[in-house]
Design a protein around this ligand. Structure first.
Ligand SMILES: [Zn+2]
Length: 159
């Protein structure tokens, strides 16, 4: 785990010259250690496993990936943790999710397919992974056996 953190700090350091790069490396390490401790305690999964799962998931720069939007606080109403995908599907129940933009029901948890017309000729196609995300109305789900967390439209059954 220490090796991975060192490697990531190196990337942050090299992303900008001089002091700013060094500052980025320090901030990234602080962020990572805080998040790893929080996730490890909440999920009862080792910090090393969590860090590895994030690194597997990461497809772009560490500085952009390690942000609150991707690793939100793992507690509270907006977060649900499941042991398995099966358990998650069972708890979600019917595939109906609340679109944060049009407020209607989408059967897709990531992209609105409610068919709701937002303005003339413009059907809602809100995407939870788009620039404005879930507008603070989605739910972060974490599935332990997959070591994966993501934000989805909140299931109607959880409202
Ligand atoms: Zn919508």
């Amino acid at each position: 785990m220490e090796q991975i953190i060192e490697k990531l700090k190196g990337k942050a350091r090299n992303s900008w010259s001089g002091e700013i790069g060094e500052q980025r490396a320090i901030e990234l390490e602080k962020y990572l250690r805080g998040k790893l401790e929080e996730y490890s305690n909440a999920l009862e999964i080792s910090q090393e496993e969590i860090l590895k799962s994030w690194e597997e998931d990461r497809t772009y720069s560490a500085i952009n990936y390690y942000q609150e939007a991707n690793q939100p606080p793992i507690k509270g109403d907006k977060v649900k943790v499941f042991e398995t995908v099966e358990e998650m599907l069972q708890v979600v129940g019917e595939r109906k999710f609340r679109c944060p933009s049009c407020n209607h029901i989408s059967t897709n948890p990531y992209e609105c397919n409610s068919g709701e017309e937002m303005s003339e000729g413009k059907i809602c196609d809100w995407k939870v992974y788009g620039l404005f995300g879930d507008l603070g109305k989605g739910t972060f789900i974490y599935v332990k056996d997959k070591l994966k967390g993501e934000t989805i439209f909140t299931p109607i059954s959880w409202e």
